[in-house]
Design a protein around this ligand. Structure first.
Ligand code: UT7
Length: 335
């Protein structure tokens, strides 16, 4: 039996309408537009409304990805939602999407690997298509991070934003699609970026709320050092596994956490700026949604053509990291 090639058949994204600018944050915490732009590259971010939850964003992104892939929800065999901000603990956000899309034949589950979650989801979904378990899979990265950020903490509140990106995976022409993957984790760095409250270790109590246990905690400096190291290592490793050289890369689609981290990876790969997708100026860090939203915008902006080699690479809490190389199969439309 020949193992089929698997790739991305369609992409979609959704961003909430409400924009929060850096000057809006100046009114809430002791920060400046100048500090945020020079240290991170972020100028604005999108924020969900009070009545919107992660599944609402994920649903809209999924509709677009399905439409561009030219398949119906009923054809899906698998739905994975990568998120650290599910609507609730259970049922999973993927179950909610499955019902809302009418994807009656799909198995569905959430995946928690923080900002690397989308890459973890791509890897798992593509392997299950390669082995013949499913024909089509929907992989979504979706977050409402504004709901878990301490708006009084300038170390974190300026960084994050809300949004969702989705892709449909299926078989592609031989030699196209995913050429290599890499995933990794270092649980020893778990306390560099985490949310302590709401689980079985620290369930919600009056005290946990008062002590701000339900908000993101981060050691920015440690995450920064780790991020620069793994972004470079993983990019080089997935290229090597795919049998490609730096000069073969048409587009780098990195996790959007900090422009200085992205630049370090870009320089290591010796890529010009126009071969790197950057949208964190508009959206901030959307954790698992960052890469699929960036990919969707690149595809719709006609930055990707058939035969191009794309490197997707990211890192996140856990600590976790991941990357893959794709030889793009689709002739893209800017629909
Ligand atoms: O998806 C993964 C999520 N997380 C990340 O990727 C985070 C990775 N880390 C980073 O991006 C950077 O470390 C930060 C942007 C978070 C911080 O940048 P930095 O250049 O590492 O700044 P720093 O932490 O060294 O802070 C420098 C100063 C400190 O003041 P003192 O102690 O020197 O007086 C901070 O208190 O900047 C201060 N500071 C701020 N000042 C104005 C920290 N946050 C702010 C702020 N506005 N928002």
């Amino acid at each position: 039996m020949t193992i089929p090639s698997v790739g991305i058949l369609g992409t979609g994204s959704y961003l909430p309408e409400k924009k929060m600018m850096n000057i809006d944050l100046e009114k809430i915490v002791d920060t400046t537009d100048e500090w945020i732009v020079s240290r991170t590259g972020i100028k604005e971010r999108r924020i969900v409304s009070d009545d919107q939850a992660t599944s609402d964003l994920a649903y809209e992104a999924s509709l677009k990805a399905l439409q561009r892939a030219g398949i119906t929800a009923e054809q899906l065999g698998l739905i994975i939602v990568a998120t650290v901000t599910p609507d609730m603990t259970f049922p999973s956000t993927a179950n909610l999407i499955q019902e809302r899309l009418g994807a009656k034949k799909a198995a569905s589950f959430d995946l928690a690997a923080a900002c690397s979650g989308f890459l973890y989801g791509l890897t798992m979904a593509s392997q299950s298509i390669r082995t013949g378990l499913y024909q089509y899979a929907l992989v979504i990265g979706a977050e409402s991070l504004s709901k878990i950020v301490d708006w009084e903490d300038r170390n974190t509140s300026v960084l994050f934003g809300d949004g969702a990106g989705a892709v449909v995976l299926g078989k592609v022409d031989e030699g196209y699609g995913f050429l290599s993957f890499e995933l990794g984790a270092d649980g020893g760095g778990g306390d560099f970026l985490y949310l302590p409250g709401g689980g079985s270790r620290c369930p919600a109590t009056e005290k946990s709320v008062k002590n701000k246990q339900h908000y993101v905690k981060m050691n920015g400096k440690e995450v920064f050092k780790f991020a620069v190291r793994v972004m470079e290592q993983v990019s080089e490793s997935v290229l090597e596994k795919a049998g490609l050289l730096k000069e073969d890369v048409a587009l780098l689609v990195p996790h959007q956490a900090n422009l200085r981290i992205i630049d370090a990876a870009r320089k290591r790969l010796e890529l010009p700026e126009d071969k790197v997708v950057v949208n964190l100026d508009k959206y901030g860090n959307m954790s698992s949604a960052s890469i699929p939203v960036a990919l969707d915008e690149a595809v719709r902006g006609n930055q990707v053509k058939r035969g191009d080699h794309l490197v997707l690479v990211g890192f996140g809490g856990g600590l976790t990291w991941g990357g893959c190389v794709i030889r793009w199969d689709q002739e893209m439309t800017s629909a």
